[in-house]
Each structure stands twice: as structure tokens, then as C-alpha cells.
Design a protein. Structure first.
Length: 183
């Protein structure tokens, strides 16, 4: 389907290449808006994503898997380097951010759990904050899914690259959240 419909190709390129930057910019704006209130969840998600990116680099040092446009006749709708496609760094990065926000908001923004740990209730457990971060996490998961599917459509990833990247990102976020809870 890539290369058949101009408008669809433009949407796919937007999702695959530009939407990740918009999501990161959104988090940075939230951080700048209220640093004290948002610093743990946003910086934690960025640190988790950075850890995920490093793990992808380590995997790619030892395992090379060619991209779809290298092995097949694919209508490539945007240029891409010939680096290994497995696992998808975008999937790991995006799903680690989305999942960290989800796990963190579930754990830290629970009023009774926060109070039991002796944390400042006004910073993390207000109903507005709790619902806001849960909505953010759901939207980030939806956008992450759209981004990674568009990368398959664009011919730069295999579905397995995306699946393993998403699972790895969620797993890293889960572990990082378990560690971050105690900070």
C-alpha cells in the first residue's frame, strides 16, 4: 500500500518521523510548566527511555537483522540508514516512556500508597493529577502504537522488530518503575 496513496504516505511519514518529537516536546513543556510537580515522572520516563535505547544499541552490536527495504522489493516512502532493524529503537523508546508514565501514575499517584510512604499528598495524589497522568499514559500508548505501525507501513521495520521493541520497552519501564518507587 505504501506509495499508492499520496495522502496516506504523508500521514505515515508524519507518524513515523515527526510525532515522536511532538510527544517528547509535550513532556518537556509539562516539565517546564511545573518542574516541582512533574519532575519525577517526566525525568524518570526519559531516563527509562535512555536506558532502553542503550539496550537496543547493545543488542544491535551483537545481532544484525536487515531492514525490510534491504531484503525485499518495498516501496520505501522515506529514506533510512542501513542499520539493524531488530529490535525497533523507536518502539523501545516510545513504549518505555508510555509504560513508565502508566506504571508510575498507577503506583505513585495512588493517594493511600503515597501517604503510606510519607510523601507529600499535594504533589502526586490529587484526583486531578492522578487522572491527568493516566490520560497522558493512555494517549502516549495509543500514539506509540500508531507510530510503530507506521514504521512497518513505511518499510523500515518488520512486525517482529516492533513487537520485541514494545515488549522490551514495557519490561524496562516496569523494572525502572519498581526501582523509582523507592526514590
Amino acid at each position: 500500500m505504501a506509495g499508492k496513496y499520496y495522502w496516506l504516505d504523508k500521514i505515515v511519514v508524519f507518524f513515523a518521523h515527526y510525532l515522536p518529537y511532538i510527544l517528547v516536546a509535550f513532556l518537556i513543556l509539562l516539565l517546564l510548566k511545573n518542574f516541582k510537580k512533574n519532575k519525577k515522572i517526566i525525568l524518570g520516563s526519559f531516563l527509562t527511555a535512555g536506558l532502553g535505547w542503550l539496550i537496543v544499541l547493545l543488542i544491535r552490536l551483537f545481532y544484525y537483522h536487515p531492514r525490510p527495504f534491504v531484503e525485499n522489493q518495498v516501496n520505501l516512502i522515506s529514506s533510512h540508514s542501513l542499520t539493524s532493524s531488530f529490535p525497533s529503537a523507536h518502539a523501545v523508546f516510545l513504549f518505555s516512556i508510555s509504560s513508565f508514565i502508566y506504571f508510575y501514575s498507577r503506583e505513585k499517584c495512588s493517594g493511600t500508597r503515597a501517604l503510606a510512604r510519607g510523601e507529600d499528598e499535594t504533589l502526586i495524589s490529587s484526583p486531578t493529577t492522578r487522572h491527568f497522568w493516566r490520560r497522558v499514559s493512555v494517549w502516549f500508548l495509543i500514539f506509540s502504537f500508531l507510530i510503530v505501525v507506521s514504521r512497518v507501513f513505511a518499510g523500515v521495520h518488520w512486525p517482529l522488530d516492533i513487537l520485541v521493541g514494545a515488549i522490551l520497552g514495557i519490561f524496562i519501564a516496569f523494572l525502572a518503575n519498581r526501582l523509582f518507587i523507592h526514590l
